[in-house]
Design a protein around this ligand. Structure first.
Ligand code: MG
Length: 269
């Protein structure tokens, strides 16, 4: 039995810890600041950099000291986990208006099965409403990826930040996914990607080339390799199990996302 194509949204709150800091201290808006480390000793590691800080080359996992070298007037905001918990739960509560099938990817990201909602309203219209609603009601900016599998939706939400909405159809995989650096492939960790780059696999497209398979198998197991191929080609899971906390590895969908975003079911005015 062929399953129907799902409409999966991956909703990723942009620079979540920094957004929460701005909610609490609005003067931080447009300021070069980071969350994390220790504000008195100037030690530790950055967990989130504000967008103005990112423009200067300051990023998460960077040492606070190195960031100060780049920008001596850097503002350091301590992490405030109760604040993040509060806004995370507001985020998930907001999403329940749109679907009952939600998977918490992490504190600041959600996979949402929008298949049912999209029967009545255009997915892009729904995405815009969610994005604007989260910003208006909770001051939380987000990027949304729309696709037929969890993996593709996750990759799509990463393509335009902040405040992006990206549709990734199966027919877009070659044009939009293949040119990306292999380190941007969700799931490929910071231990694996330098080794892949070391053997000349520097893009997602290169990873999928059959002639590169044997080379890649010197770095990862065949089941992992095959699982990544299924993810990349849009054949991995489209099923959101709210009890799970990771992208399921099973292969379950052979269909394409043939939903035509341009010939809308509803008026997009
Ligand atoms: Mg995020």
């Amino acid at each position: 039995m062929k399953k129907n194509v799902k409409i999966i949204f991956h909703i990723d709150l942009n620079a979540f810890f920094a957004s929460c800091a701005i909610i609490k201290e609005p003067y931080l808006k447009d300021k070069v600041f980071v969350v994390g480390g220790n504000s008195t000793s100037r030690r530790g590691v950055i967990s989130t950099a504000s967008y103005p800080a990112r423009k200067l080359g300051i990023h998460s996992a960077m040492n606070i000291n190195d960031a100060f070298r780049i920008y001596p007037k850097l503002i350091i905001v301590p992490t405030q986990f109760s604040l993040y918990q509060k806004y995370s739960s507001l985020f998930f509560t907001f999403l329940k208006r749109y679907s009952n099938t939600i998977l918490e990817g992490s504190i600041d990201e959600a996979y949402v099965d929008m298949t049912e909602a999209a029967l009545k309203r255009h997915p892009l219209e729904l995405a815009k409403e969610i994005q604007e609603g989260l910003l208006k009601e909770h001051n939380l900016p987000c990027s949304i990826g729309i696709a037929s599998t969890l993996f593709l939706a996750k990759m799509a939400s990463d393509m335009q930040k902040p405040l992006g909405i990206t549709v990734l159809r199966k027919s877009d995989i070659v044009d939009k996914l293949f040119p990306l650096p292999i380190r941007d492939c969700y799931g490929i960790g910071k231990k694996t990607y330098p080794r892949l780059e070391g053997i000349g696999i520097d893009t997602i497209g290169a990873f999928t080339k059959p002639e590169n398979k044997n080379k890649i198998l010197t770095i990862m197991s065949e089941p992992s390799y095959l699982s990544y191929i299924e993810h990349i080609m849009g054949r991995s899971s489209d099923t959101i199990d709210p009890k799970k906390y990771a992208i399921p590895k099973s292969i379950s969908n052979e269909t394409t996302l043939n939903y035509n975003m341009d010939s809308s079911l509803v008026n997009l005015s």
